[in-house]
Design a protein around this ligand. Structure first.
Ligand SMILES: NC(=O)C1=CN([C@@H]2O[C@H](COP(=O)(O)OP(=O)(O)OC[C@H]3O[C@@H](n4cnc5c(N)ncnc54)[C@H](O)[C@@H]3O)[C@@H](O)[C@H]2O)[C@@H](O)CC1
Ligand SMILES: [K+]
Length: 510
């Protein structure tokens, strides 16, 4: 387990409710725990205490959190000021209690109209505690004006739980949503945190544990259809090498890749496949690839195509338990025919990438031949070609991914920042590891090699897709410790596959 469910605000409210009413944790105590968790994260990130912290609080529980945070930050030595958006007579009970506690230490200023908006100093950090998950509709009137004032004048905004004005289940359409630089959110990440359309509002984000009852987590996990991949999950899923293993234990993979001018793709893919633990590897490549492959990847066997410059045939497929196809193959007519034959004849799931996907997109009649449980690894443009249309927004993208995976009974990996893995059963997995150094030709070839290796070693297609994405990304994170984002090469990612920390807990020195 150890996957993190990405939740809706409804789910998290239900969890709050269960913790308060079934586990008997008073809501005021929960608020204090939330504030404390927030302050710990805040302290690590906002170490400068030169400027003041300006807390803007609403009158619901998010505002109550803000007041408790103000008190705790003050105790930690920050200079804190509090503004309260006064839109009604009385706030929630926990807000009122925390207001009284704060007012015993320091005064507050109430904002009743736009004339009350303060000029915000450049060195102040704004804590946005106006509205949280209780918001029911987009902001308007005075709250909307205050949000716009903060967006226009605050140099740094840290949001409590969610940026105020954001409705996590709806696209942000108005400009009355706080544009936070950092969001410190409670207990679990919300689905919108991994969606591109929400990124300008959420900024960086961090999840803090506020101590909601673990007894309720299984209910959330059961209901959830979207998850975040984590190191703990990867550690659990990864199968360590067995003492009495031999090369046959870890499968014989075939990579069907390369063409003249693109043999590098085949080489990168093959190196990644070997590093990711495959027992035996054969690369089927055009004749022009024979010497480069044998030289650059001596561990791999090479099966030579009849054609000099592009793929036109298949080897006997019987020996192989996993097949990766596509890197560097080009889109020649002969290759198209051979690809169709591969799709028809393969008896194991395939990993399909790059021009294999483009050929399928250009000849949609091929889709019906894709073996069930194959793994497709398009980047957004390739997925758009496969779909035949462009999605308008991220929620539509998620629907399209699910529908495509279900219709064709395949796993789709949408490669981008926060890659998404869509499963035929409807589950979505999100990866938040990795970095912009991966935005370079050759990164996809490495991913295909890793996933093919995992399939060959007996991982299920779902595990191979998810673990492959996570391994690739965390290897890139490891590699940038010695490289800049701009200088990172796919080769560095391959070389770092063995350096990721989650893999090493399995080493047994006996
Ligand atoms: N006991 C709990 O349930 C906990 C809640 N926590 C905090 O509580 C937050 C949720 O608190 P609440 O449910 O009180 O709600 P919020 O504090 O998010 O805001 C709701 C308040 O805004 C008003 N409101 C809603 N929509 C509005 C709109 N469009 N324009 C103007 N006013 C509007 C409501 O009448 C209500 O007073 C979470 O985000 C989190 O910060 C944490 O303290 C942890 C524990
Ligand atoms: K907020």
């Amino acid at each position: 387990m150890h996957l993190l469910p990405l939740v809706s605000t409804e789910q998290i409210r239900q969890w709050d409710h269960e913790t308060i009413h079934k586990q008997g944790v008073p809501s005021l105590q929960l608020m204090e725990q939330a504030a404390l968790a927030f302050v710990r994260a805040f302290q690590k990130r906002e170490v400068e205490k030169k400027g003041e912290v300006w807390v803007f609080a609403g009158m619901g529980n998010n505002g109550g959190d803000g007041l408790a945070i103000a008190r705790l930050l003050r105790q930690c030595g920050y200079r804190v000021r509090v503004w309260i958006l006064k839109i009604k007579e009385t706030g929630s009970p926990d807000f009122e209690t925390n207001l009284a506690r704060w007012q015993r230490m320091q005064t507050t200023t109430f904002i009743r109209s736009e004339e009350d908006f303060p000029a915000i100093p450049d060195d102040a950090v704004v804590v946005d505690a106006l509205f949280g998950t209780g918001l029911s509709r987009p902001l308007d009137g005075l709250p909307a004006a205050l949000v716009q004032h903060l967006n226009a004048h605050a140099r740094r905004i840290v949001a409590v739980d969610v940026p105020s004005g954001l409705l996590p289940q709806q696209l942000p359409q108005s400009d009355s949503v706080v544009r936070a630089h950092l969001t410190i959110t409670f207990q679990l990440p919300k689905l919108c945190f991994v969606l591109q359309d929400f990124a300008p509002y959420i900024g960086e984000w961090e999840v803090v544990d506020i101590g909601l009852s673990p007894a309720y987590l299984p209910v959330i996990l059961k209901e959830s259809r979207e998850y975040l991949l984590t190191a703990a999950w990867a550690r659990n899923t990864y199968k360590p090498r067995e003492r009495f293993a031999h090369k046959g234990t870890y499968g014989h993979a075939l990579l069907w890749c390369g063409s003249k001018g693109k043999m590098g793709a085949a080489i990168l893919c093959a190196r990644a496949c070997l590093r990711a633990g495959v027992g035996l590897l054969t690369v089927h490549a055009p004749a022009c690839g024979y010497v480069p492959l044998q030289t650059a990847v001596p561990e791999a066997m090479v099966s030579v195509d009849e054609q000099e410059e592009c793929l036109s045939s298949l080897p006997d497929l019987l020996p192989y338990v996993a097949i990766g196809a596509g890197p560097g193959i080009g889109q020649q007519e002969e290759t198209l025919h051979a690809l169709q034959e591969l799709l028809v004849r393969a008896t194991c799931p395939l990993v399909l990438d790059a021009d294999a996907l483009n050929l399928i997109a250009a000849h949609p009649e091929l889709k019906k031949y894709i073996p069930v449980h194959s793994i497709l690894t398009p980047h957004p443009k390739e997925f758009e070609r496969l779909l035949g249309y462009r999605w308008q927004h991220e929620f539509e993208l998620l629907d399209s991914l699910r529908a495509f995976a279900k219709q064709h009974q395949v796993y789709v990996i949408l490669k981008r920042a926060y890659s998404i893995i869509a499963c035929p059963g409807g589950d979505l997995f999100f990866n938040t590891a990795g970095n912009a150094g991966l935005a370079k030709g050759g990164s996809g070839d490495v991913l295909t090699g890793i996933i093919t290796a995992l399939l060959a070693q007996g991982y299920s297609p779902k595990e191979a897709a998810c673990l492959g994405v996570y391994w690739h990304a965390t290897a890139a994170d490891e590699a940038v410790k010695r490289q800049a984002l701009s200088t990172l090469l796919p080769t560095d990612v391959v070389e770092s596959l063995g350096a990721v920390s989650w893999i090493h807990s399995h080493m047994k020195y006996v």
